[in-house]
Design a protein around this ligand. Structure first.
Ligand SMILES: [Zn+2]
Length: 330
């Protein structure tokens, strides 16, 4: 938790100038489950308006996560409920939070000091096998889609099915093409490795892996191999490093281990591919020190300790993500 120790003035001075972006949280579902409001300060969960402000978060991706009981046939209906809840919450905070729909509006809202809430879906089941549904979801404000969760769906095999060697389906290829045209962010966080390579080959826009870490440091199937990280960087993609304990390492990992993953990517391909993808409200147990969205100043401090330049820190903490968004969104 923050607050046990005061950070130096030097750290806070830099931190307060940063544009901080988080590429993944499952807060919409958490708000439904706990019947709380984004606008109301809470001790439950990991993300609310007050804590976003305390952490100086300026761009927050909100994924609509579809629970397994709704899959596959009720996925679209469930996603509509989650989207409805997203807009209810954002409306209640409209003075402070604005949905991220177009780059022009995002820039304007950032200049006004607002937090940008980017809406997306975690699981292509919601498309119901139809690109018409994809286009309608775009009209409803959806700007990123995780093609799969861990299971296989109509688009591709998820990482839980990786032993099949399966990747994108024909429908998945159609979806990639349509998302490229619409200007939607393709998220490969939960896809099988073959799916990852298929999308990199097929997409004519860079892609995001929103919440993952390094397989080299922790051999969890959700983490990216060095080969994948290099390919992602080469295609101008973005890698949101997550706070998920199981992806960070064994035992009781925390900020130090998170930083080791970050150093590994930086050493491999440089810092421009690096972003943050916390997975807040998608995890039951948090990593040490990375316990809710007030934790970001601690990362700023560590980046300074480990000798990253001001420019690199700005990039890692959010500018890289914003630059990526500018390449994709209209
Ligand atoms: Zn996830």
């Amino acid at each position: 938790m923050m607050g046990h120790r005061t950070l130096s003035r030097e750290v806070m001075e830099l931190h307060n100038q940063l544009l901080i972006a988080d590429g993944h949280c499952d807060t919409i579902l958490e708000l439904i489950k706990t019947k709380r409001r984004l606008a109301s300060p809470s001790i439950k969960g990991h993300v609310d308006l007050e804590r976003l402000k305390k952490g100086n978060v300026r761009i927050q991706f909100f994924a609509a996560f579809i629970e397994t009981i709704y899959k596959p046939y009720n996925s679209l209906g469930r996603v509509l409920e989650l989207i409805d809840r997203f807009f209810q919450e954002v409306d209640l905070c409209r003075e402070h939070i604005s949905p991220g729909l177009t780059i022009r509006k995002i820039k304007k809202d950032l200049d006004m000091g607002k937090i940008i809430a980017v809406l997306g879906i975690e699981g292509g089941e919601a498309l119901n096998g139809s690109t018409a549904v994809l286009r309608m979801l775009y009209r409803l404000g959806v700007r990123f889609i995780g093609l799969t969760w861990n299971q296989r769906n109509q688009l591709a095999d998820g990482v839980g099915e990786r032993f099949t060697g399966g990747g994108l389906t024909s429908f998945g290829i159609e979806v990639i093409k349509e998302m490229n045209e619409l200007g939607m962010i393709i998220d490969l966080a939960h896809i099988s490795e073959q799916g990852f390579w298929d999308v990199l080959k097929r997409s004519n826009a860079p892609v995001m892996v929103s919440h993952t870490n390094c397989y080299k440091l922790c051999n969890h199937p959700r983490n990216l191999t060095d080969k994948q990280i290099k390919a992602l960087a080469m295609h101008d993609g973005i890698m949101g490093l997550s706070f998920v304990p199981e992806f960070l390492g064994s035992g009781n990992p925390g900020l130090e281990e998170f930083m080791n993953h970050l150093d590994h990517v930086a050493g491999l391909v440089g810092t421009e591919v690096i972003a943050i993808g916390s997975d807040f409200d998608g995890i039951d147990k948090t990593a040490r020190q990375l316990t809710d969205c007030r934790c970001y100043p601690l990362i700023t401090e560590k980046l300074m300790d480990r000798g990253y330049t001001k420019r690199e820190i700005q990039g890692i903490m959010g500018e890289n993500m914003l630059r990526f968004m500018k390449k994709i969104l209209k």
